[in-house]
Design a protein around this ligand. Structure first.
Ligand code: PEP
Length: 247
C-alpha cells in the first residue's frame, strides 16, 4: 500500500495562513508512493479544497448524530457532501478535553464509514499506562470498543501515545513499531486478511528530523502530524520521507 500522511491543523489557521500554506505547497514537487490528507478547521475546508493540489480533504471531528437540533455540530454526511474523504475520530484531545469515550468514538466511526468515507480512529496510552506496563492492554481495549461495525475497507488506525502528542517527545521507532504490530494482530483477529490492508499511522511529535527513522519500521504505514503540518515545507518533507520508504 502507498504511505498515508495526514495533517491535523487542530484549531490553528487564518485566511492568510491558509493562503500562504497553499501557495507554498502548490510550488513543491509532486510526491510519489504516498497519499496526503489535510484536516484544517471547518471554516477553512472550502479555501483548502479550492486551492490545493495533490491533497485529499479531511476533517478533525464529526457529530455523533446524523442530523437535527444539535447546534454547533457538523455531521459525517455533511463532511462527505463537502468533499472530505477522511475524518479523525477519537483524537486524544477530544477524549481528554471533551470527555469522549470509546462508545462515542464507536458511534462516530460508524457514522463516518456509513457516509462512505474513511474513519481515522485514534488510539493511544497515557504516560502512566506505559510506565505501568499497561499500554498494550489499554490500546487493545480502545480498539475492541471502537471498531465494532466499522468496515476494514473504510478504516485507518492512528496510534498516538498521549505522552508524545505536542510534547516534542517522540516514541522511539521500537516503541512505535511494537505497538503497531500489536494493533495489526488485533486487526487481523477482527477482520481476517482484510485487517492486513488497514493503514496504521503513527502520531506524536513527528517532524522532518525523525520521520525517516520512523518510516523505516515495517509496521508503520504513515503519520498523523500536528504541529509540523502547519508548515508546508515541513509537512512535504515528512510526506516525502514516507514516499521514499515506499518507492
Ligand atoms: C496530533 O495532533 O495528532 C499530533 C500528533 O500532534 P503533534 O504532531 O504536534 O504531536
Amino acid at each position: 500500500m502507498a504511505g498515508l500522511v495526514i495533517a491535523n491543523w487542530k484549531m490553528h489557521g487564518s485566511t492568510a495562513a491558509v493562503a500562504e500554506f497553499v501557495d507554498q505547497w502548490n510550488r513543491l514537487p509532486p510526491l510519489g508512493h504516498v497519499d496526503t490528507v489535510i484536516c484544517p478547521p471547518y471554516p477553512y475546508l472550502a479555501a483548502v479544497a479550492d486551492a490545493m493540489t495533490g491533497m485529499v480533504l479531511g476533517a478533525q471531528n464529526c457529530a455523533e448524530a446524523d442530523q437535527g437540533a444539535f447546534t454547533g455540530e457538523v455531521s459525517a454526511d455533511m463532511l462527505a457532501d463537502w468533499g472530505c474523504r477522511y475524518v479523525l475520530v477519537g483524537h486524544s484531545e477530544r477524549r481528554s478535553l471533551y470527555g469522549e469515550g470509546d462508545a462515542q468514538v464507536a458511534i462516530k466511526a460508524r457514522r463516518v464509514t456509513a457516509a462512505g468515507i474513511k474513519a481515522v480512529v485514534c488510539v493511544g496510552e497515557t504516560l502512566d499506562n506505559r510506565e505501568s506496563g499497561g499500554h498494550e492492554a489499554v490500546v487493545g481495549r480502545q480498539l475492541q470498543a471502537s471498531l465494532a461495525e466499522v468496515p476494514a475497507a473504510e478504516l485507518v488506525v492512528a496510534y498516538e501515545p498521549v505522552w508524545a502528542i505536542g510534547t516534542g517527545r517522540v516514541a522511539t521507532p521500537e516503541q512505535a513499531d511494537g505497538m503497531h504490530a500489536v494493533i495489526r494482530a488485533h486487526l487481523h483477529e477482527q477482520y481476517g486478511d482484510a485487517g492486513n490492508d488497514v493503514p496504521i499511522v503513527y502520531g506524536g511529535s513527528v517532524k522532518p528530523e525523525n520521520a525517516a527513522e520512523l518510516f523505516q519500521c515495517p509496521n508503520i504505514d504513515g503519520a498523523l502530524v500536528g504541529g509540523a503540518s502547519l508548515d508546508a515545507g515541513s509537512f512535504w518533507q515528512i510526506a516525502s520521507a514516507m514516499g521514499a520508504g515506499r518507492a
